[in-house]
Design a binder for this molecule. Structure first.
Ligand code: ATR
Length: 274
C-alpha cells in the first residue's frame, strides 16, 4: 500500500487551526489520499521546522502567522503574488527538492466576497483597516478587482503610507493612506485586517462601518468576532468573519498541490453546520 502524501500547516500558535479539517474534507470530496498535520514552531524556528518537514518527505505546507514573511524568504522561488506581497501561505515541492511559495490569501478573500455576497468590487469604495502583513497580503488582490477607491487606514499612519506607496503602481484605483481619523466615512466594503482590538478606536472609523458590508479576516466557527459585532452595532449592512476566506485560500492551495479545485462552498456550508 502507498503511504499517503504528507502536508502540514505551520504556525505559532497553531492548536486551533481548522486547516486540517478543511483539507481532510477536500481530500474526501476529491478522492485524494493525504495526511495533513499541525506543526508548531518557536518564533525563530520556521526555517529549521520547514527544512525538517520537507527533508523528511513533506509534499506541501500551509503557513500561518507569524511565519508568512519567513516562508517568503525561505522558499527557493516565489510566484508573482507572493513576490508582490512578500508573503507565503502555501509551499509546494517542484521537481527535485526545489520549493515554490504562493500567496492564496488575497485571491481567497476575493473568491469568498464573490461567492458569499455575489460581490464584485469594481467601482466600489473599499476601506482596509490595518497595514501589517495581513493587509499586505490582500491589498493587491483587492486592487486587481478595480475598486473606485481603496483606503488603507492604520493606527500608525506611516505604515499605511508605506503600504499604499508600495502598491500604487498596480492599478488605476485611487489608493490612499489614512490614520484612523478618516476625513470621509462612506464605504461600500470595510475589511478588518488588524490583529488587535480596534473597536471604537475612533468615531470616524465607527462611522465608516455604517451601511457597509463588513468583513473580518479573523475567523470564528460558532460566534461573531468582536469586529463583526461592533460593525453590526454601528449599522453595517452585514458583517462576516473570515471563515469563508480560510476555506477559499485552502481550496486554492489544494489546487496548487493536487491540480483540482475542490468545492469550497460545500465544505464551508459543512463547517458552518458542524
Ligand atoms: P499581521 O501580520 O497580523 O497584519 P502585524 O504586521 O503586526 O500583524 O500588523 C498588525 C496590524 O494590526 C497593524 O495594522 C497594527 O497597527 P499598527 O501598525 O499601528 O501597529 C494593527 N493593530 C494591532 N493592534 C491594534 C489595536 N489595538 N488597535 C488598532 N490597530 C491595531
Amino acid at each position: 500500500m502507498n503511504t499517503p502524501a504528507r502536508f502540514a500547516v505551520i504556525g505559532n500558535p497553531i492548536a486551533h487551526s481548522l486547516s486540517p479539517d478543511v483539507h481532510a474534507a477536500f481530500a474526501r470530496d476529491c478522492g485524494v489520499d493525504l495526511e495533513y498535520e499541525k506543526l508548531f514552531a518557536p518564533e525563530d524556528g520556521f526555517d529549521a521546522a520547514a527544512s525538517r518537514f520537507f527533508e523528511t518527505g513533506g509534499r506541501g505546507m500551509n503557513v500561518t502567522a507569524p511565519f508568512k514573511g519567513d516562508a517568503a524568504a525561505w522558499v527557493d522561488e516565489l510566484d508573482e503574488n507572493a513576490a508582490l506581497t512578500e508573503s507565503v501561505n502555501t509551499i509546494a515541492v517542484l521537481t527535485g527538492s526545489r520549493t515554490r511559495g504562493y500567496s492564496t490569501d488575497g485571491p481567497g478573500l476575493v473568491a469568498d466576497l464573490k461567492t458569499q455576497w455575489g460581490l464584485a468590487l469594481t467601482g466600489l469604495r473599499v476601506l482596509v483597516i490595518g497595514a501589517g502583513g495581513a493587509s499586505r497580503g490582500i491589498v493587491p488582490a483587492l486592487l486587481a478587482e478595480g475598486p473606485k477607491r481603496l483606503v488603507v487606514a492604520n493606527r500608525t499612519f506611516a505604515r499605511a503610507e508605506a503600504l499604499a506607496k508600495k502598491f500604487s503602481h498596480l492599478s488605476d484605483s485611487e489608493l490612499e493612506a489614512h490614520s484612523f481619523d478618516l476625513d470621509e466615512a462612506s464605504f461600500d466594503v470595510v475589511v478588518n485586517a488588524t490583529s488587535g482590538d480596534v473597536q471604537s478606536a475612533s468615531a470616524n472609523l465607527a462611522r465608516a462601518l455604517k451601511g457597509a458590508l463588513c468583513y473580518d479576516l479573523s475567523y470564528a466557527l460558532d460566534r461573531d468576532t468582536a469586529f463583526c459585532s461592533e460593525a453590526m452595532h454601528f449599522g453595517a449592512l452585514e458583517a462576516r468573519n473570515g471563515l469563508g476566506m480560510l476555506v477559499w485560500q485552502a481550496a486554492l492551495s489544494f489546487e496548487i498541490w493536487h491540480g483540482v479545485l475542490p468545492d469550497a462552498e460545500t465544505v464551508l456550508a459543512g463547517l458552518r453546520r458542524s
